[in-house]
Design a protein around this ligand. Structure first.
Ligand SMILES: [Zn+2]
Length: 588
């Protein structure tokens, strides 16, 4: 039977039974010795606990020889990060060069208060094993399923922290064991979870990455919404694959399965004024996937819809993506190879984008009438979505971003060995680095940081720099034996550029890994420096001319004796050259 037809039958079967899930979705008796019970199927407003999830997937691995449950790292909570592998060859290893299958990675419970993917993955795995659902797809696809990524958050079970959400009755917490949001941690990797995830990605190199969530924000009719990689972030080969072929099929299948889907409802006020494509920065799962040329998706089931529908629609999406990948594995893998090549051939690459408000398309949208009423609490105006007034109308969809900044890619970067935390993250992400064998020098187009704007309060454990301005300086760069030499002509070129170029929004500069350079270490005492300053002015005619001109044209400067001495100090050999000098060498 054609895979697509079979898929439709399976999803229709599920669509008709999901309301009566207790009766018809219990494990069938083919393998009575292998009970894969899912608590959700006896209470559809319940999400499994950490212990229940762990024992379910452990049992699943014992139920089928082509399923294994492995550890890929450690969580901040001190419990191992685990992943289920469904691999028909039973090798449970990354694919060899001759293997033509594609790998799909499904990540759940990064926000454990949004657990619908956990239940959907349990049903998916149980059905794969016991009902032979999607059996043919396993000839073409290897599945990697992380049941729970944020284990610490899942262990912090409660019934209140998702104030806006309709069930389940209890669930985990968003912050992990260190109170970090792991869906902001994919570059800075402050958590051990992220370290493990980096190693997973570079070891397995998945072809598709799905991260499952529940929405916040507006109210509307759809149960499922989707964030795909922002199209302008993708290379032309991946953009064509994802936007011209994959997404139309997936959206159509979701509709056939009775869960019509819409792009994630990212709004400024209400959907009536239009929705915008999400800027999936590399700190988020999808943007991180894009740096590795992996088409990446975030499912966002709607917070107000019954939990059973959120689970069912997430499951339908997972099935749909598995079917699409099975049917198009060759095209997906080819597009990824092409994407890496494309990036390799670009001398100048974009690193920063912003929403293009001048360009929008129209999208049919099924919403609820938004209106304002007087609040009973505050006496002020409040927003209300009137569910008795559903509408379907065309609204603007701002789905294009424009490049704000691009950079010329050097032949190599040199990372001083002092920055070993950056080196560790590069290594974990599969970046090939060499250690310099001897001391040497090279011409570098280095950056002098001219201005930094930072968050006023801590954001995910950092005072993230929201804006970094630089001036290019040609320097004679000193390479010490042991420093990291990173050639950009390698498959991880994109990752390297977007973390080492300081103006990229999620660069290691932005995430404070190089903040030591931002503070001057030595200063002058004005009363002592006075005499030196006088001598410097007397002996340097050019300096004297610049000094006199500034005094003549800048009244504030002319009245500030300290500023005048500092001007001379900074123009002298006494001023430290390392202050504000971005320490990563850029050799062309
Ligand atoms: Zn989320």
């Amino acid at each position: 039977m054609n895979l697509y037809v079979k898929y439709i039958i399976n999803t229709l079967l599920y669509a008709t039974c999901h309301l009566f899930v207790i009766v018809c979705c219990l494990p069938i008796s083919a393998q009575t010795d292998c009970m894969l019970q899912i608590p959700f199927e006896t209470n559809d407003n319940y999400t499994a606990t950490y212990q229940e999830v762990r024992s379910f997937f452990h049992n699943a691995a014992n139920c089928a020889q082509y399923v294994d449950y492995v550890t890929f790292g450690m969580s901040d909570a001190g419990k191992p990060l685990q992943m289920l592998i469904v691999d028909k060859s039973s090798k449970f290893e990354p694919l060899g060069p001759k293997d033509k299958r594609a790998i799909i990675l499904i990540n759940n419970g990064i926000h454990p208060g949004e657990p619908c993917g956990i239940e959907a993955s349990m049903i998916l795995v149980r059905d794969l094993i016991q009902k032979d659902v999607l059996k043919e797809a396993l000839d073409d696809v290897v599945l990697l399923i992380v049941p729970v990524y944020n284990i610490g958050g899942m262990l912090n079970r409660n019934s209140h922290s998702r104030a806006n959400q309709n069930g389940p009755e209890s669930y985990g917490f968003r912050g992990n064991a260190k109170n970090l949001d792991l869906n902001r941690d994919f570059i800075k990797a402050d958590s051990r979870n992220a370290n493990g995830f980096h190693q997973l990605i570079s070891r397995w190199d998945p072809d598709i990455f799905i991260d499952t969530h529940t929405s916040n924000g507006a109210d509307y009719q759809y149960t499922m919404t989707l964030i795909a990689n922002m199209q302008d972030r993708l290379s032309s080969s991946l953009r064509a694959l994802v936007y011209d072929d994959m997404l139309p099929v997936i959206y159509e299948n979701m509709k056939i399965g009775d869960y019509e889907m819409v792009p994630y409802v990212h709004v400024r006020s209400t959907p009536d004024e239009g929705i915008a494509a999400f800027n999936d920065l590399p700190r988020y799962s999808m943007g991180y996937g894009a740096l590795h040329h992996i088409p990446s998706f975030t499912t966002e089931a709607h917070m107000f819809k019954p939990y059973r529908d959120r689970v069912a629609s997430t499951l339908l999406f997972l099935k749909s993506m598995i079917m699409y990948t099975a049917d198009n594995k060759k095209e997906i893998r080819a597009a990824r190879v092409k994407s890496i090549e494309e990036y390799q051939n670009l001398a100048v690459v974009p690193i920063k984008w912003s929403l293009n408000f001048d360009q929008s398309s129209e999208i049919m949208f099924k919403g609820y009438q938004a209106k304002t009423e007087i609040s009973r609490v505050t006496g002020k105006e409040r927003l209300v979505y009137d569910r008795s007034a559903p509408y379907e109308k065309s609204i603007p969809y701002y789905n294009r971003y424009k490049t704000d900044h691009e950079v010329e890619v050097p032949k190599m970067y040199v990372l001083p060995q002092a920055y070993h935390k950056v080196a560790q993250r590069l290594r974990d992400n599969g970046v090939i680095m060499q250690r310099a064998r001897r001391d040497s020098t090279a011409s570098s187009k280095s950056y002098r940081i001219t201005n930094v704007e930072s968050r006023a309060s801590a954001y995910e454990g950092h005072f993230l720099h929201s804006k970094v301005d630089v001036a290019m300086e040609n320097t004679v760069y000193s390479i010490s034996s042991g420093d990291y030499v990173i050639f950009t002509d390698q498959p991880k070129r994109r990752f390297i550029v977007e973390v080492l170029e300081p103006q990229a929004p999620d660069s290691y500069m932005a995430w404070n890994f190089f903040d030591g350079i931002l503070m001057q270490k030595e200063y002058f005492s004005p009363y002592i420096f006075e005499d030196k300053a006088a001598k410097l002015l007397a002996s340097d005619a050019k300096l004297r001319a610049r000094f006199e001109e500034k005094k003549a044209t800048d009244a504030e400067f002319a009245n500030d004796s300290y500023a005048q001495l500092e001007f001379i100090y900074r123009s002298s050999a006494h001023y430290e050259q390392t202050h504000m000098l971005y320490p990563v060498g850029r050799i062309f």
